[in-house]
Design a protein around this ligand. Structure first.
Ligand SMILES: NC(=O)C1=CN([C@@H]2O[C@H](COP(=O)(O)OP(=O)(O)OC[C@H]3O[C@@H](n4cnc5c(N)ncnc54)[C@H](OP(=O)(O)O)[C@@H]3O)[C@@H](O)[C@H]2O)[C@@H](O)CC1
Ligand SMILES: [K+]
Length: 525
């Protein structure tokens, strides 16, 4: 089925190896060339649906099966009355290009010839004008750095601004597994992912080059028909989120809604801890305590007087009652912070570590040992790429070049939950299950945004006692930014207001949990 990928609906995500396996198993049971026929038809349908008025269509076709998909689409668009030109790319002569086509693509070429689709060799001159370009240069078969001839074509395509670009399967030059790209990569207006979603379409430094993302499984439905093929991750949609959020019972009292204690806020950085604590309160924690490391800090947060300010030592000494600890926002990296972190790691309650707690952890082997010893008590680390790089002792580039592997490595190394922030935030459980968050936008790139996420995750952990509630915190955090942008555009979302938008996004979620005697469709959220 052809569908647009959205934050509402979860989807399985497959690595290239898994997709190749699904493809070859499906091909065995289908008539020859069926998959390419279906792939090309899906491209043509999407082109017609999204660009009904595009008269001149130029299909840039490489000499692989991605090009073959483009040829099928070209034939169908030609037969539908569009003015289509196939530009054969990446060879010195048309004969050489043709001779390199694999079997399915050679069949698609023969079909295009029979239908008298206009075809020409790309001769390095200027790109012919079009109302729509279809990028069928390279798909899953990309190997190594982009060759010069192909790079030149892609640069020409990216330089034009007049017409949209529909990428077949993925923008040419993007690594489907990692979301990294070669030096040159197509910037697509929309991408049609074939058969299944790939991680690199939604996480990694170049994943935003996909534009709007669509998918067609052309009836293969991998999750149902090929359950033996491993899903690499899950695209985290709203359907998975609602059941993870706590219910608010009419008879609830504050002691049942979870206590959060936040430790951080050294001199000059108290705001970070307060932002996290306010977020915890606004996301529904029954009681929120704050232990500020700055001993000159005021005894009350006048903008959030519901917060209970104590000393860090008093919070860590208190027995019981605290259902989740958060350490790190604005904590600094001095000896006092290190000592409090060591004490927190020894507490048998769920623990969220963010910001300076992660930097301290990266620099202190004994803290890492304490962290690993906490298993099976839930611990969540929420690094951004630089913090992840410090934790792993590698460069940021190494993290970003394969974010999923990095997040998995961290989850395994420290036996805890990881939220790797950045474009396409990843959540990985200690058992290595991975999710790619479906929400978020550039509005989240603002000071304090990470503190809010950590505070929200602590609140939901405290309320539910379930580690998986971190998925809901991440999703709501991103959805808040989408929600805000829809109402107010691209400016003005601050960390302090973010929790209110998260709460509003929570209220917007459809209630999906069936309950006896209650009309499931009633809106009683
Ligand atoms: N799997 C599925 O589910 C289905 C897959 N389908 C489709 O097949 C696609 C995969 O096709 P594929 O395997 O033929 O590879 P593809 O992307 O066309 O690239 C190969 C071409 O690129 C070239 N080339 C390579 N690296 C290069 C570089 N760095 N710089 C420049 N050139 C480079 C390489 O040249 P060569 O190395 O052979 O000289 C060869 O010409 C997939 O993405 C989807 O669209 C659907 O039809 C059906 C279901
Ligand atoms: K492509």
């Amino acid at each position: 089925m052809l569908k647009r990928i959205s934050p509402l609906q979860s989807e399985p995500v497959y690595r290239v190896d898994a997709l190749r396996q699904i493809e070859s198993e499906a091909a065995r049971t289908l008539p020859p060339h069926s998959l390419m026929q279906r792939a090309g038809s899906a491209v043509a349908r999407l082109a017609q649906a999204c660009y009904p008025h595009a008269r001149r269509v130029v299909v840039l076709a490489g000499a692989g099966n991605n090009g073959g998909d483009g040829l099928v689409a070209a034939t169908q668009l030609h037969q539908a009355g569009r003015d289509v030109l196939v530009l054969a790319c990446g060879a010195e002569t048309l004969n050489e290009w043709r001779s390199r086509l694999p079997a399915d693509a050679a069949w698609a070429w023969a079909q295009a010839q029979t239908a008298e689709v206009r075809c020409a060799l790309d001769d390095h001159s200027t790109l012919p004008e079009a109302d729509l370009y279809i990028d069928a240069l390279l798909g899953l078969g990309l190997r190594g750095p982009m060759r010069a001839q192909m790079a030149e074509i892609i640069q020409g395509l990216n330089a034009q601004r007049g017409a949209p670009v529909l990428s077949v399967d993925l923008p040419s030059g993007l690594d489907a597994d990692t979301g990294a790209a070669t030096d040159v990569c197509v910037r697509a207006t929309l991408t049609l992912s074939l058969l299944g979603l790939k991680p690199g379409l939604r996480t990694g430094p170049a994943s935003s080059l996909c534009g709007t993302l669509w998918q067609d499984d052309f009836g293969v439905d991998a999750a149902t028909h090929h359950p033996q093929v491993a899903i690499d991750a899950t695209w985290l949609g709203a359907d998975l989120i609602r059941p993870l959020l706590p219910d608010l019972s009419q008879s609830a009292h504050k002691g049942q809604r979870g206590d959060v204690a936040v430790i951080g806020g050294a001199a000059g950085m108290t705001g970070a801890a307060l932002l996290a604590a306010r977020a915890a309160a606004q996301l529904g924690a029954g009681r929120v305590f704050v232990g500020l490391l700055d001993d000159q800090a005021p005894a009350v947060d006048l903008l959030a007087p519901e917060l209970m300010l104590r000393s860090p030592a008093a919070l860590l000494d208190a027995q019981g009652g605290r259902t989740c600890l958060l350490v790190g926002p604005g904590a600094g990296c001095d000896d006092a912070a290190r000592t409090y972190l060591a004490q927190a790691l020894a507490q048998p309650v769920p623990l969220v570590l963010d910001a300076d707690a992660l930097n301290l952890l990266a620099a202190t082997d004994s803290l890492q040992t304490l962290l690993r010893q906490r298993k099976p008590i839930t611990t969540l680390l929420t690094p951004h790429p630089l913090e992840a790089a410090r934790l792993m002792g590698v460069s940021v580039q190494a993290i970003e070049s394969d974010r999923l592997t990095a997040a998995r490595t961290l989850a395994q190394r420290f036996a805890c939950w990881i939220v790797l922030k950045g474009h396409g935030t990843l959540i990985v459980s200690p058992q290595q299950t991975a999710w790619i968050n479906a929400t978020g936008n550039g509005l989240l790139a603002t000071a304090g945004s990470g503190d809010v996420l950590a505070g929200s995750a602590a609140a939901l952990l405290a309320a539910t006692g379930k580690a998986s509630s971190v998925l809901a915190a991440v999703w709501l955090h991103g959805q808040a930014a989408i929600h805000y942008a829809r109402k107010h555009g691209p400016g003005g979302l601050t960390a302090a207001t973010l929790p209110l938008w998260m709460a509003a996004s929570w209220a917007d979620l459809p209630y999906r949990r069936p309950r006896p005697g209650i009309d499931e469709n009633a809106d009683f959220c």
